[in-house]
Design a protein around this ligand. Structure first.
Ligand SMILES: [Mn+2]
Length: 347
C-alpha cells in the first residue's frame, strides 16, 4: 500500500512540507486545476507540480482528476477532438512518472452533498447528504453547496436538455467509445485509469448515473477488459448504496482492478441520508478494518488516500479537505494496513 494525500496544487493552503510530516506519507494526489475540461495540460504545468513534489520528497504518481468533457459523455460530433486531448494528457502525465489517473463519468455534476457544515456533537463539521433537501431543488436553478457554478443557468439548462436524449444505454455506449480509444494509450505508456464511483451512487436530477454498483462495474470491466480500465474504490461513495463493500473490495482487488482507494467512513441516518464521519469504524456505518483486510487479502498493493475528513480543531479549510482530520485518518489507516498485512504474511 502506498499512502497518499490529496493536494490542490500550489494554491492549496496546506503546504507540502506539512503533508510530508504525516507518518508513512509517500506522495500526493493532485491535478492541473486551471485548464478547462477537454483541453491539453501543458508540459510546463505538469512539470511545475512535479518539481514541487520532488522538492518536498513526495511522489506524484496519482492524478485526480483528468475531467472528461461533457461532449464525450453526450457522444456529440466533436467528442474525438476532446478524446485526442485526453490521450495527450495521458502521455504527458506518464512522461512525468504518473501511474494512475482517477476520473469519473458522472453527467454534469460530480459529487453532491446538501450540507457542507453539519455540526456534530463534538463540535466538528462534516459534509452530509439528505434526500429530502435534494427533492426540494429545481435542477434548472441550482445552487448546491460546494458546486462551483461552471455554467450559467442558460448553459446548465441547455446541457440538461441535451441529456434528455441520453439514457443509461446511450451513456454507457459513449463511455465505452471513450475507453476503447484511451485504454490502448494507457497500455502503451503504463498508466492505469481508475474510475471514481458515482457520488452518491444513484441518479440525480433525472440524469443517469452508470458507475454506481457492482452490476455497473461488472458491465464496465466486461466491455473493456484491459486491467488499465480499473477502479478507485471509494468506500464512502460506493458504500452509500449499501452494497457488501467487504466482498466487493476483495473481489475487485483480486481481479487487479483496484488501482486507487479512497478510504472514508459515513454514518447513515436514513435510507439515502448520510453524513461523513471520522475514519474510525466505530464512528460510522462502515467496517473499515474488514474493508482493509479484504483489500489486502485480494492482493491490493496500490495507492490509498484518506478521503474527506471533518473540519476539526478550528480549521476552516476547504470542506472535506482540511489537514488535521485527514492526517488522523491516514494514521488510522496505516494502522489497519499494518495489522492486515502482518496478519496475511504470518499465515
Ligand atoms: Mn472519493
Amino acid at each position: 500500500m502506498k499512502m497518499t494525500f490529496r493536494w490542490y496544487g500550489l494554491n492549496d493552503s496546506i503546504p507540502l512540507s506539512y503533508i510530508r510530516q504525516i507518518p508513512g506519507m509517500t506522495g500526493v494526489v493532485t491535478a492541473v486545476y486551471d485548464v478547462p475540461p477537454g483541453k491539453e495540460w501543458s508540459r510546463a504545468s505538469i512539470a511545475e507540480l512535479k518539481s514541487a513534489c520532488d522538492k518536498a520528497g513526495l511522489s506524484m504518481e496519482v492524478i485526480e482528476s483528468v475531467p472528461v468533457h461533457e461532449d464525450i459523455k453526450l457522444g456529440r460530433g466533436n467528442r474525438d477532438e476532446y478524446i485526442e486531448a485526453y490521450k495527450t494528457n495521458i502521455r504527458r502525465l506518464s512522461e512525468a512518472g504518473v501511474k494512475v489517473i482517477c476520473y469519473n463519468f458522472m453527467p454534469v455534476f460530480d459529487w453532491v452533498r446538501t450540507v457542507l457544515d453539519k455540526r456534530n456533537d463534538d463540535g466538528s463539521y462534516s459534509l452530509a447528504y439528505r434526500e429530502e433537501d435534494i427533492k426540494k431543488l429545481d435542477p434548472n436553478h441550482l445552487s448546491l453547496p460546494g458546486w462551483d457554478e461552471s455554467y450559467s443557468s442558460e448553459e446548465l439548462g441547455a446541457l440538461l436538455d441535451a441529456y434528455k436524449s441520453v439514457d443509461r444505454n446511450k451513456l454507457f455506449e459513449n463511455y465505452v467509445y471513450f475507453l476503447e480509444r484511451i485504454i490502448p494509450v494507457c497500455e502503451e505508456c503504463g498508466v492505469k485509469m481508475a474510475v471514481h464511483p458515482d457520488d452518491p451512487p444513484w441518479d440525480l436530477f433525472g440524469l443517469p448515473r452508470i458507475v454506481s454498483c457492482e452490476e455497473d462495474l461488472d458491465k464496465l470491466f466486461a466491455a473493456v477488459p484491459s486491467v488499465a480500465n480499473g477502479l478507485t474504490l471509494c468506500t464512502g461513495s460506493l458504500g452509500a448504496g449499501r452494497p457488501d463493500l467487504v466482498r466487493l473490495a476483495e473481489k475487485y482487488a483480486s481481479q487487479g482492478r483496484i488501482h486507487f482507494a479512497h478510504l472514508r467512513n459515513i454514518g447513515f441516518s436514513g435510507q439515502r441520508d448520510f453524513a461523513e464521519t471520522a475514519h474510525l469504524s466505530a464512528c460510522g456505518s462502515l467496517d473499515m478494518y474488514a474493508i482493509v483486510k479484504a483489500l489486502v487479502k485480494g492482493g491490493f498493493d496500490g495507492y490509498v488516500r484518506p478521503d474527506h475528513g471533518r473540519n476539526i480543531w478550528g480549521e476552516s479549510g476547504k470542506p472535506g479537505y482540511g489537514l488535521y482530520d485527514r492526517a488522523l485518518g491516514a494514521a488510522y489507516l496505516n494502522g489497519l494496513f499494518e495489522a492486515a498485512e502482518k496478519e496475511k504474511n504470518s499465515k
